[in-house]
Design a protein around this ligand. Structure first.
Ligand code: BGC
Length: 787
């Protein structure tokens, strides 16, 4: 039966019933239980699966797209008019609302704001700011008629090459969880919902629909689930999206232990769980696991659910539980409440939010001899690098936004009053146009539209031209750009590592300008970590602009000119080389291995084939030692540590004080601006466990952070941070319990994971042991890294 005939089959008796029984319970008027009691089995099954996606059977991975209600949204739930149940519209994604900007036969446009990507927002370490971005983003969801935004995404940056890291916040679960909670609060303050995604351990794109993440319960609990736990408890997200991958053998949406035992029983989650688009294999298993909604939904799923109830393998009670969760979500939607959306959100105001929030997320990595801010006498700039002219606002795939414009770096510089080298500009514009003509997406590849386009290789300026440019300009700006997105992971060569031309461009331009007593500044327009160690000494300054949203060029100009003092810090470590990352070997980095497994598999795996390591399954051998937990515990050199970032001013930390209350410790510290200009400082609170801890521990773990307001020169602010006693615990696999040993812990008040400014001790007098369910166990033991 196709979907239309299913609909007719249920609607005909339903219409008849409506005519005969005027008292049919209506959602919102009658209780949810009454509405459920009035639903037929078929109606329940329809509600549990979405309305489908034309042209897609569910066998391959896909980005959501519907033409119904809000064109270009990712999908809709089933409407059952006879019971007063409207559809809910679900739309991507983390950097802003993704809908189709132009509609046939309609003069109006429906552009949305491309906000800074999640990694940029995490770099602000400013939860209030992130909540404000969420407010603006959620307003577009509301005013364009959608109900749930499929965001925030908070998977851990386990490996530098994951193609979707830009959509995620950090390598640290506390940063990820706090950011996701702030974003959720902001979005949901509009009366629309979010979907925390992708739950859980979805850390690679290669074979994302089949890959089995083999992880210890400890690493799951401490690293991969922790951020979700924080966000669930602090911000009550309406929905959660389960991930595509398997965890220790079971698909995330079919995993009862994950979707019910941990999420609902242990954490107390009350909302709805939906699949990722076409995620999971066995529909009744997903229903049983507590994965309420199957998106975008297929007729096959509908049929197998009905069949499973009829043959008794799925109980009506399980069905009703999930239906109830979905109905409760629908009850809260603007569509149910009849919100008359305007289709005219204030895009100008939201562009201003974008510009200002990105400014706090950019990270100054190097600034020799105060190369930045540019001195007031600098007027003429020579601008190099393709991305200076074709700035990248965000990554690709479902996380892309259809924005009206992106301010390039050169436009931003012009807006700020700088003069560009017209010859250089012309050369780049012509080159980019001709290269883009050659690099058109392959029309035969259905994923091409959602994947990054090949970017033109960089140009190394010829000596004569360069000499002229040096003569005419006061400073050189060089942009290195990177983009990535779902369906594929990044490569080491030419992506993590710079290309030969990129390195040569940086070196040649820097040396030529420096020889003339002028500065060269590198701007990194990137979505994730790249190699920096081999070239970072060439330029005078390096600024990570990240993917900063549609106002990117204006924001960079704000920082270069000194209008804004940089205050961002890295939410992720920059290793010296790719192979230094703890997970480097246990990731599909090797193109030959991926090829041997049949390429980057886009569909669901056929059972029975010999599984290929890192493609069909990935062993998380680094265990809890992700990011700085690894680099710092094992004493590895890094190029830039976690939490690092410079300012145009300087700060001092003084008078750390700790107070113990019943369940927590409160730490206060005074931060003073000791430099000459206003600025903000981020303070990171790490905890080092007692030496005789019962479990192997990282040398330190982030437990809290805070950011000052803008402090004037000489001004001091007392920052206050809390550490719950229970948060000192690590997870004991054998006992299935959180264990916080009694003893002396050291609190490090630090400006990065490698630079502690003040320490203070705390004593936990009694151990705290919190038992959990023994779930998510490995199918076979794996040997994991230990210090
Ligand atoms: C992505 C999700 C997204 C969904 C709907 C999937 O391909 O993994 O993040 O929300 O598509 O577009």
């Amino acid at each position: 039966m196709n979907q239309k005939s299913i609909l007719l089959a249920i609607l005909a008796p339903a219409l008849f019933l409506t005519a005969c029984t005027p008292k049919t319970p209506q959602l919102g008027k009658a209780s949810v239980d009454k509405v459920i009691a009035a639903m037929t089995l078929e109606e329940k099954a329809l509600l549990l699966v979405g309305t489908g996606m034309a042209g897609f059977s569910g066998e391959t991975t896909v980005v959501g797209e519907t033409k119904q209600l809000v064109p270009g949204a990712a999908g809709t739930t089933y409407a059952i008019p006879r019971l007063g149940i409207p559809a809910a519209v679900l739309a991507d994604g983390p950097a802003g609302l993704r809908i189709t900007p132009v509609r046939e036969g309609d003069e109006q446009t429906y552009y949305c704001t491309a906000f800074p990507v999640a990694t940029t927002l995490a770099s602000t370490w400013n939860t209030e700011l992130v909540e404000n971005v969420g407010k603006a983003m959620g307003n577009e969801v509301l005013e364009y008629g959608a109900d749930v935004l499929l965001a925030p995404a908070l998977n851990i940056h386990r490996n530098p090459l994951c193609g979707r890291n830009f959509e995620y916040y950090s390598e640290d679960p506390v940063v990820s969880g706090k950011m996701a909670a702030a974003m959720t609060k902001g979005i949901q303050s509009n009366g629309v919902g979010v979907s925390l995604k992708h739950f859980a351990a979805n850390n690679q794109e290669t074979n994302r629909m089949g890959n089995d993440s083999r992880v210890t319960p400890r690493a799951l609990r401490e690293i991969y689930l922790k951020g979700f736990e924080i966000a669930v408890k602090e911000s009550a997200p309406w929905t959660i999206m389960s991930s595509y991958n398997r965890i220790n053998g079971t698909y995330a949406p079919e995993n009862y232990d994950l979707q019910t035992t941990i999420l609902r029983d242990e954490w107390g989650y009350k909302g709805t769980v939906m699949t990722d688009w076409f995620g999971g294999k066995d529909a009744p298993a997903m229903v049983r696991a507590g994965n309420d909604l199957l998106m975008p939904g297929t007729p096959k799923q509908y049929e197998s659910i009905v069949e499973a109830v009829k043959n008794g393998t799925l109980s009506e009670a399980e069905l009703n539980r999930n239906v109830r969760n979905i109905l409760n979500m629908i009850l809260a939607t603007p569509r149910f409440k009849g919100h008359a959306f305007s289709n005219t959100p204030d895009l100008k105001a939201h562009a201003a939010v974008t510009r200002q929030s990105a400014a706090e997320g950019m990270v100054l990595l190097e600034n020799s001899n105060n190369a930045l801010p540019l001195s007031a006498s600098i007027k003429n700039v020579a601008v190099y690098g393709v991305s200076s002219y074709d700035f990248i606002s965000g990554g690709t795939g479902s996380g892309d936004v259809n924005e009206a414009y992106t301010v390039s770096l050169v436009e931003g510089l012009k807006n700020a009053g700088y003069q560009l080298d017209p010859q250089l500009q012309k050369q780049y514009e012509e080159y980019i146009a001709s290269e883009n003509e050659k690099n058109k997406p392959d029309p035969g590849n259905p994923f091409a539209a959602f994947m990054p386009r090949a970017r033109p290789e960089e140009l190394v300026p010829a000596p004569a031209a360069l000499a002229l440019q040096v003569k005419e300009a006061d400073v050189a700006l060089i942009t290195i750009g990177r983009t990535s997105g779902e369906f594929a992971d990044r490569a080491i060569e030419g992506d993590f590592n710079l290309t030969a031309n990129e390195k040569e461009m940086i070196e040649t331009v820097s040396k030529a300008f420096q020889a003339a007593g002028k500065k060269a500044i590198v701007i990194l327009n990137i979505g994730g970590v790249i190699e920096t160690a081999s070239w970072k000494n060439f330029p005078d300054a390096i600024l990570i602009a990240w993917q900063a949203g549609q106002e990117g060029g204006n924001t960079v100009a704000d920082l270069l000119s000194g209008k804004v003092n940089p205050s961002g810090k890295l939410p992720v470590t920059f290793p010296v080389q790719y192979m230094d990352a703890a997970s480097s070997a246990n990731f599909p980095w090797d193109p030959a291995v991926v090829k041997s497994a049949g390429g980057n598999l886009m569909g669901k795996p056929d059972d029975g084939e010999e599984p290929v390591r890192n493609v069909d399954y990935t062993i998380y051998e680094e265990d809890i030692f992700v990011g700085y937990r690894y680099f710092d515990t094992f004493g590895k050199d890094v190029s830039y540590p976690f939490g690092y970032g410079l300012s145009y001013t300087s700060f001092e930390y003084a008078n750390p004080v700790i107070e113990e209350t019943h369940g927590e410790f409160v730490v206060n510290v005074d931060i003073s601006n000791t430099g000459g200009i206003p600025g903000k400082e981020i303070v990171q609170l790490y905890v080092a466990a007692p030496r005789n801890a019962s479990l192997p521990k990282p040398s330190k773990e982030l437990k809290a952070f805070a950011k000052t307001k803008e402090l004037k020169a000489g001004e001091t602010q007392t920052l206050s941070m809390k550490v719950a006693k229970a948060d000192l615990a690590s997870f004991d696999n054998d006992e299935s319990a959180w264990v916080a040993d009694s003893g002396r812990y050291t609190i490090l008040l630090a400006t990065s994971s490698r630079e502690t400014k003040q320490t203070i001790e705390l004593t936990l007098s009694n151990p705290i042991i919190t038992k959990t369910n023994k779930v998510l166990q490995l199918q076979a033991p794996v040997s994991v890294l230990k210090p």
